[in-house]
Write a protein that binds this ligand. Structure first.
Ligand SMILES: *Cc1c(COP(=O)(O)O)cnc(C)c1O
Length: 388
């Protein structure tokens, strides 16, 4: 067994909080009734779902009936994008997005392109940022949807969603944001933000995998997702996942309570960055200013990110290359490429994402192992030998 274990991949998923699990348990044991049933254990389940919806709405600054539960962040992304595209086809077939979205968004765009929609992929800067002016300039008469992620899952950069939403509103275009990485890490108030749709996911905020939600502002033209027994206001059929819905609300409540801890996490991140800067030929990717508190993404020249990950794993450290969903592929990350990093270098990129469970000792342990591993891998690299 490893003497030490450091989980530094909180953007891939997070541990389920014991308090979340505790809130969920009664809905597996005593209150297992179908929320549509009229007897008491059904009514209790239905009331728990209503309370969860109200709690989430209060925490995010919207109305309870504007929150729709889904089975994942990916489902919420698909629903928002395809739902808006299909419902507004009479107005046009043009969609604006960015070139560094999560695959749940970018692959949804690809599938709409196959249906005949035209998608503009705005290029983010070398810092991983985008201005609302760039978005506004891309709006046409036939634009029906603007879709920009709130915070990037690989490099943690934060886009000016409030300004983007304002530009969209000015031109009467629906604005959707994938806020899966942002929710729980930065304060979010939907009323203030002004978006029409917003997606988030449970397992990135210490709830279990397999639960997400989509905010749809009342009056937004979006197709329903699943025909069925009328659940989720008739828009997404299927017996509600009571326990997970309760868990999602509890997780969001905890995340709001623990928001002040983000300052500590940011300090941990800065400590990690300072240590990494002492390693030669290391470049931090993405703006350090407009960035999620826990994210460190670094390119080490002359090594393969995958080899580095394996060595870190042998030392009990969990990190990742690119997004977890694509880390089994040998293609360099589309996000790192979007920053203008060349393909060969992009292979040497890795991501550490710190969260509530991490400590200063974790960061020091990562730094203790990282430098020597990078050195060892470079010693084996023919590319490195050439520059020595
Ligand atoms: C994790 C993630 C998703 C997907 O959420 P799932 O619940 O895993 O489907 C979508 N977008 C972003 C930015 C993510 O980080």
């Amino acid at each position: 067994m490893m003497d030490k274990f450091v989980y530094a991949d909180n953007a891939a998923t997070t541990s389920v909080s014991p308090l979340v699990l505790e809130a969920m348990m009664p809905f597996f044991n005593e209150m297992y009734g179908n929320p549509s049933s009229l007897y008491s254990i059904g009514r209790e389940a239905s009331e728990a779902i209503s309370k969860a919806r109200e709690k989430i709405a209060a925490l995010l600054g919207c109305k309870a009936r504007e929150i729709y539960f889904t089975a994942s962040g990916s489902e919420a992304d698909n629903w928002a994008i395809k739902g808006a595209a299909h419902a507004n086809i009479k107005k046009g077939k043009h969609i604006i997005t960015t070139n560094f979205e999560h695959h749940a968004v970018s692959n949804t765009m690809k599938s709409l392109e196959k249906e005949g929609y035209e998608v503009t992929y705005l290029k983010v800067s070398s810092e991983g940022l985008l201005s609302s002016a760039d978005v506004e300039a891309a709006i046409r008469n036939d634009t029906i949807l603007i879709c920009a992620m709130y915070a990037n899952n690989e490099i943690g950069t934060i886009l000016p969603i409030k300004e983007i939403a304002a530009a969209a509103k000015k031109h009467g275009v629906i604005c959707f944001t994938d806020a899966v990485q942002a929710v729980g890490s930065i304060p979010i108030n939907i009323a203030d933000l002004g978006v029409d749709m917003l997606a988030f996911s449970g397992h990135k905020i210490h709830a279990p995998k397999g639960i997400g939600a989509l905010y749809i502002k009342s009056g937004t033209r979006v197709q329903n997702l699943i025909d069925g027994g009328g659940q989720e206001s008739g828009r997404r059929g299927g017996t509600e996942n009571t326990a997970y819905i309760v868990g999602l609300a509890k997780a969001l409540e905890l995340a709001a309570e623990r928001l002040p801890d983000m300052e500590r996490i940011k300090n941990l991140r800065n400590r990690l960055i300072e240590g990494i800067k002492k390693i030669p030929y290391a470049t931090i990717n993405g703006s350090l200013d407009k960035r999620l508190p826990g994210n460190v993404n670094v390119t080490f020249d002359y090594i393969e990110g995958e080899s580095l990950l394996l060595w870190l794993d042998m030392n009990g450290i969990c990190a990742s290359t690119g997004s977890a969903c694509s880390s089994s592929s040998l293609e360099p990350s589309h996000v790192i490429l979007a920053l203008g990093v060349d393909s060969e270098k992009a292979h040497g990129s890795i991501r550490f994402t710190l969260g509530h469970d991490n400590t200063e000792a974790d960061v020091d342990y990562i730094l203790e192992k990282l430098g020597p591993i990078v050195e060892k891998l470079r010693a084996m690299s023919p590319l490195y030998e050439r520059i020595m």
